[in-house]
Design a protein. Structure first.
Length: 137
């Protein structure tokens, strides 16, 4: 039943205010539309950015590079170090994929590989020298 002295539009607004679901529904709908529009604009903006590329050198032959390491890895340990090193390198790819943005070089890759090698029981000095000089990290 319409209230006195209200126009049709005022009556609709009054009913929306009285309703439990009216205003929250309108507000959430407006937020969803605004969020979708802002998300599309943000994705367009981020895809237009030209990010610098990082050239990572190719990984040399690991067993032969171990011959030049002078940090206490014995000849008997070199095959184990090589297999652990290759496993850690394979476990941590050079690039990370970010949905809608693309693939980017992983800035934490060296730390992840070093942590992997230390967890496998190798000393910090050997791992750090190997990563700096030979692993292309």
């Amino acid at each position: 039943m319409p209230e006195k002295d209200y126009t049709y539009n005022e009556q609709l607004l009054l009913e929306a205010v009285k309703s439990t679901y009216g205003i929250p529904t309108v507000a959430l709908s407006a937020l969803a539309v605004t969020g979708a529009f802002a998300g599309m604009k943000l994705a367009t903006f981020l895809s237009s950015l030209s990010l610098p590329t990082i050239n990572i050198p190719a990984l040399p032959d690991l067993p032969s590079t171990l011959d030049t390491l002078n940090v206490g890895i014995t000849s008997a340990e070199k095959p184990k170090f090589a297999s652990d090193g290759l496993a850690c390198l394979a476990a941590h790819p050079k690039n990370i994929d970010i949905p809608l943005l693309g693939s980017f070089p992983d800035p934490l890759r060296g730390g992840k590989i070093a942590a992997c090698m230390v967890a496998k029981g190798w000393g910090d000095d050997a791992v750090i020298q190997w990563l700096r000089n030979y692993a292309g990290v």
